[in-house]
Design a binder for this molecule. Structure first.
Ligand code: GLN
Length: 551
């Protein structure tokens, strides 16, 4: 958006802010609602970015258990963040940085460091103004250069943890022009036993917001079905907003349909109107054509992909599910994920594996489930089923090859079996010296050089690729020559680190030390995932596994 020379507006700062809070309960899809609104603003021609505020005391999500919080999402700068940032990247099509995730831990750590350095000149350091100032600074800096910045406050209004953030937003709104700020509050509208949509929880959570000085401009009701007109009117009356500021966000079959639903409700027009963006927006009729075409594309085929992991929770592998979906969009294929618990006994999981058209072994840490993962690699290798190994999955493919092809008994990763006679995966010598766990993790985007003429070169159609990483262990340099035999090739490397592997005795067997799932977008599917789906489609044509979608 061009800068107005008359107003002297600083183009390095975001102009407009949409603050998104949540009421009644967490896990409502507040992030998806915000990201969908952002997608529509981007469709209208604006540069949109987002900030996710996580009111927990952890400095970042790196140490958090995927069972509790879902996957740890990795940004290109190596930031380990909440999975919501992944949704923003996928919906907005942008790459964000660690600065786009503000946590209580980060803010307090910084304020306390400044206090220790004497920066506050002897003043009493307090939540207001020192912590709130730091929060406002972070939001403004993350918004720099964008037209609109969405700021989502994690958790639910009323939580003790989110209080300093809500207070910071209140101050922030006072410091900006009223037409530059919009407060959207997303709540749950449940049903009573007789099937009536109930507004009381929404009323209560808005009351809670107002008690801390925040009046929402927009209310979005999450519900199974659209809100009935009289329900919208009641919410408007009790929450002091016009009826046309109340929107439904009913359940849809696919999260990528939420922007279409929200557009149909008119939320984007309302937001643009309130923020004074309407005149600059692209004409409405063709704004969302591309997104609509992508997310409603017909599927001509259907395949089942086994995901062999240790957390029986979809959110723990969210980006992999999404990357498979994107590959499905790209290839017009319905990709179903078959969950296979790597911890189950061999027989149990063998049954599920044999019905799958492809096998994915994802990343992970620690020993639980690794034998099951190695068995899954072995099955895919021996049965000629298309295979994709991601990070730990790549490492387990090396272990399977060492043990079951080369006969190196009890070969393993030193992370999982420190006593193994053949540590084919190990810390590099330079890493072992710096034993401090936190310090040795290799994080973020790194470039890999690809060997010409390999499967990897065909997958990426390039001689290099840059993917995001999150790992500590590597293929042990002492074993590389020995491992590159009997079918296995390392087809990509970064200096002495082995990054990609493949087999020449298999229709599609591909491993990467990186996490390509984090760069996958609905309109830019990740090459290894596309190649996996294409290989599965090819093999279903010849083996009869998989079926045409019934219309
Ligand atoms: N635990 C392995 C390592 O640290 C793999 C990490 C991962 O899969 N993200 O190298």
């Amino acid at each position: 958006m061009p800068t107005d020379p008359d107003t002297g507006y600083d183009p390095s700062l975001g102009r407009k802010f949409v603050f998104v809070t949540g009421g009644v309960m967490s896990g409502l899809g507040k992030g998806i609602t915000a990201a969908s609104t952002g997608r529509l603003l981007a469709n209208a021609g604006f540069d949109v970015t987002a900030v996710k505020v996580d009111p927990y005391l952890n400095v970042d999500a790196g140490t958090m258990n995927p069972y509790e919080h879902g996957e740890v999402y990795v940004l290109k700068d190596g930031g380990e963040v909440d999975l919501d940032l992944g949704n923003y990247e996928r919906f907005l099509g942008t790459d964000m940085t660690f600065d786009h995730n503000v946590t209580t831990g980060k803010t307090y750590q910084h304020v306390i460091e400044r206090e220790r350095a004497g920066d506050y000149l002897g003043k009493t350091v307090q939540i207001i103004p020192h912590v709130t100032d730091d929060i406002k600074r972070r939001i403004r800096e993350a918004a720099a250069g964008s037209d609109v910045c969405l700021v989502e406050i994690g958790g639910t209004v009323g939580d003790i943890e989110s209080m300093p953030f809500l207070e910071a937003l209140r101050q922030f709104a006072n410091e900006e022009e009223p037409e530059d700020i919009l407060f959207a509050h997303v709540t749950l509208v449940p049903y009573s036993q007789n099937g009536e949509q109930k507004t009381k929880p929404t009323q209560h959570s808005v009351k809670e917001l107002r008690s801390i000085g925040l009046q929402p401009d927009v209310l979005v009701g999450r519900c199974e079905e659209r809100l009935a007109p009289d329900v919208k009117e009641k919410i408007a009356l009790f929450c002091d907003v016009p009826t046309d500021a109340v929107f439904s966000n009913p359940d849809v079959e696919d999260v990528y349909h939420v922007p279409l639903m929200v557009e149909d409700e008119g939320l984007d027009e309302f937001v643009m109107d309130r923020l004074g963006l309407t005149d600059e927006a692209l004409p409405k009729p063709d704004r969302s054509t591309r997104w609509r075409e992508l997310v409603t594309r017909d599927r001509e085929k259907e395949i089942d992909v086994a995901l062999v992991g240790k957390y029986a929770l979809e959110d723990a592998y969210m980006s992999i599910h999404e990357a498979l979906k994107h590959a499905g969009i790209h290839t017009r294929t319905e990709v179903n994920t078959l969950w296979v618990d790597a911890d189950e006994t061999e027989d149990q999981h063998a049954e599920r594996l044999t019905t799958a058209d492809a096998v994915v072994v994802p990343g992970g840490f620690g020993s639980r489930g690794t034998e099951g993962k190695i068995e899954a690699v072995r099955y895919a290798r021996e049965a000629g089923v298309p295979f994709l190994g991601l990070c730990l999955g790549f490492q387990m493919a090396v272990v399977d090859h060492a043990r079951n092809v080369l006969g190196l008994a009890d070969a393993h990763s030193a992370e999982i079996d420190p006593e193994t006679p053949h540590p084919v995966i190990d810390l590099l010598p330079s890493q072992s010296e710096a034993e401090d766990m936190g310090g040795t993790m290799r994080l973020g985007a790194h470039e890999t050089e690809i060997k010409p003429g390999t499967l990897a070169a065909a997958v990426y159609d390039a001689d290099a690729c840059t993917e995001r990483h999150r790992h500590r262990y590597e293929v042990n340099p002492k074993y590389i020559d020995e491992l590159e035999a009997d079918g296995l090739t390392f087809s990509g490397h970064a200096d002495t680190r082995m990054e990609l592997l493949e087999r020449d005795d298999h229709p599609f067997f591909f491993g990467t030390q990186a996490h390509p799932e984090f760069r996958s977008r609905p309109d830019r599917a990740s090459p290894p995932f596309v190649a996996l789906v294409e290989a599965a489609l090819e093999s279903t044509d010849t083996t009869g596994r998989g079926a045409d979608v019934r219309l």
